[in-house]
Write a protein that binds this ligand. Structure first.
Ligand code: AMP
Ligand code: GLY
Length: 422
């Protein structure tokens, strides 16, 4: 097979991790990224086309004669990028717009789960102010209120305060005409990224993300402040149940759609005290920062794996993993998540650790190269330091050792990543 030309769509830490994994794949000859960031420019050719410019991305894929397009974020999938690429004869890792509704509409995802009897919390749709009080009486605190829109993890309110819950429900009705009230699931959260198509599926090592901004999982939700994998909470027996009760029925459902699902199904889980899994959410793409700790654990050729899924041949692929643990710590801008400051210079991020089986390196996210080639912050999540080692504690230590070398005015990171597992 001639070397593959691959285009990665997106510009975060997830896309940097994908570009590194693809650049290290023997099957891949050229990696392109659009729009990319300062990190992707080190391993790929960046292009200045935004993830919302579907026409521009199609032209780019055709211009560079891409054999494969790997879509990082959900929005272009919801907007039909995969549909248009396939119409143009370009293989795409990422589902068509109908498949992407699993993430775009939480109500749709709940209806699919209810239909398939996939374990998840009970829910009701609240579409009238006069029904708020009745709805809150129906569920016990804490209440979980979700808007049925793409909101990057920020459209969810979890609260034990009835007034706050009433306000969130009212606001949701005013904004979108209806809102979901869900049963609260308790336990430990984890994510399983499943590479799938109509032929089969491969579950990647389970990971755990830290969604709250503050230490001990406090403060507002963010896109994710750090992650680690494999997550010990997903033991072999839990994974067995996740596969049997969630992945199998979802795969059966998705493979039998008019256009089969090809790409990653992100299964967001709550594992209770007894080890019973329940679905919190589905995403239709790799997670960020889960990808930063998952891709480095894959020892097989990533290009071949993603191409197989894009072409409906994943059942033919063998995927192998390093016997290592990975941990990533996110460095966020001052004011993130509410009001991140940008355009500040970053220093010290050019170092890496490489000591036998222990290593650590940087995944760049909201960064660009300013005048004089200086590395500048350009987003809320700026970069993450990812450690790899034979034990999770060594991976975490390597990640923090690298983080301490990096300077960015006003920035912050959590110092307790992986604390539940350690
Ligand atoms: P989502 O955007 O659906 O992932 O929700 C964001 C975060 O809210 C999740 O990562 C959980 O921490 C929390 N959450 C969402 N739904 C529930 C639920 N039913 N029970 C408990 N926590 C939840
Ligand atoms: N880290 C959570 C997500 O990617 O949705």
């Amino acid at each position: 097979m001639p070397p593959l030309s691959v285009l990665v769509v997106g510009g975060g830490g997830r896309e940097h991790a994908l570009c590194i994994g693809l650049a290290n794949s023997p099957s891949v000859g050229a990696v392109h990224c659009s729009p990319g960031n300062a990190g992707t420019s080190m391993v790929a050719t960046n292009h200045d086309i935004s993830t919302s410019d579907i026409e521009g991305l199609i032209s780019l894929a055709l211009d560079i004669e891409a054999d494969l397009v790997v879509v990082g974020p959900e929005a272009p999938l919801v907007d039909g990028l995969a549909d248009s690429l396939r119409d143009s004869g370009v293989a795409c890792f990422g589902p068509h717009s109908e498949g992407a509704r699993l993430e775009a509409s939480k109500l749709h995802a709940k209806e699919v789960m209810r239909h398939l009897d996939v374990p998840t919390g009970d829910f009701i749709v609240v579409d009238d102010e006069s029904a708020i009080s009745y709805a809150l009486d129906k569920f016990e605190a804490p209440w979980v209120i979700k808007r049925d829109v793409l909101a990057a993890g920020k459209g969810v309110t979890v609260t034990s305060d009835r007034k706050t819950a009433e306000k969130a429900l009212l606001e949701g009705i005013e904004l979108d005409n209806f809102v979901l009230l869900e049963e609260h699931l308790s336990g430990e959260e984890a994510s399983v990224l499943v590479v799938m198509d109509e032929s089969g599926y491969i579950c990647l090592p389970a990971s755990q993300d830290h969604k709250r901004v503050g230490e001990g999982d406090t403060g507002p939700n963010t896109g994710g402040m750090g992650a680690y994998a494999p997550a010990p909470v997903v033991s072999e027996s839990v994974m067995h149940r996740v596969t049997r009760e969630i992945v199998e029925p979802m795969h059966h459902h998705l493979r039998n759609q008019e256009i089969p699902y090809r790409g990653c199904l992100y299964v967001g889980l709550m594992i209770d005290q007894e080890g019973s899994p329940g679905v919190i959410e589905f995403n239709v793409r790799f997670g960020d920062p889960e990808t930063q700790v998952t891709i480095p654990l894959i020892s097989s050729d990533l290009g071949l794996l993603l191409l197989a899924s894009a072409e409906g041949r994943v059942a033919e692929e063998e995927c192998e993993f390093h016997e290592l643990s990975a941990a990533t710590v996110v460095l966020a801008s001052e004011g993130y998540p509410a009001n991140p400051s940008t355009s500040r210079e970053i220093s010290g991020s050019e170092v890496m650790i490489d000591e036998g089986t222990t290593s650590a390196f940087v995944h760049y996210a909201g960064t660009n190269l300013g005048e004089n080639g200086a590395l500048m912050s350009s987003g809320g999540r700026v970069l993450s330091t990812t450690g790899l080692a034979t034990s999770l504690s060594d991976a975490v230590a390597a990640s923090y050792e690298l983080m301490e070398c990096i300077e960015l005015d006003g920035s912050h990171y959590r110092s307790d990543i992986a604390y539940r597992a350690l």
